[in-house]
Ligand binder design. Sequence first.
Ligand code: HEM
Length: 125
Amino acid sequence: MSSWLYTALGYTDKEKDARKKAPTKRDLPQTPFTMDEVKQHKSTASCWIVVENRVLDITAYIASHPGGDIILDGAGRDATDLFRDVGHPQDAYDVLDDLQIGVLVKSKAAAAPQPQPHADAAPQQ
Ligand code: HEM
């Protein structure tokens, strides 16, 4: 929204800043994790779960999950089907945003940026 519109709508400076800083999907953590890493976190001391290729740390959320401990059925694995089968409402998808710590990748090599030749590098003979 352009700044004149904020003013026209009567927002204070503080409100304007808060709206501009509102997190968007793009701000969610994108750290790459493999399934092997996710599998290491299947206890209540450290519990990760994958839903729709998003890696979520549910450790602190287990106790407040409205569906109870059954959420642990998805501990350390891809729980996309479990999650969808319940028919979770939009509220649950909003919680996913809060729990996301990264994204699932097949291998770290594929996720790592490819090395680029330095611009000053001598041409290969
Ligand atoms: C990070 C993952 C998850 C989140 C954020 C989440 C969140 C929620 C939320 C917000 C509700 C309340 C829904 C409502 O208001 O109707 C709910 C209910 C429920 N969840 Fe999950 N959930 C997750 C994973 C799972 C998994 C993996 C399972 C099954 C293995 C599961 C099973 C259930 C069940 C059975 C209910 C229904 C409880 C009832 O209506 O009595 N959830 N979940």
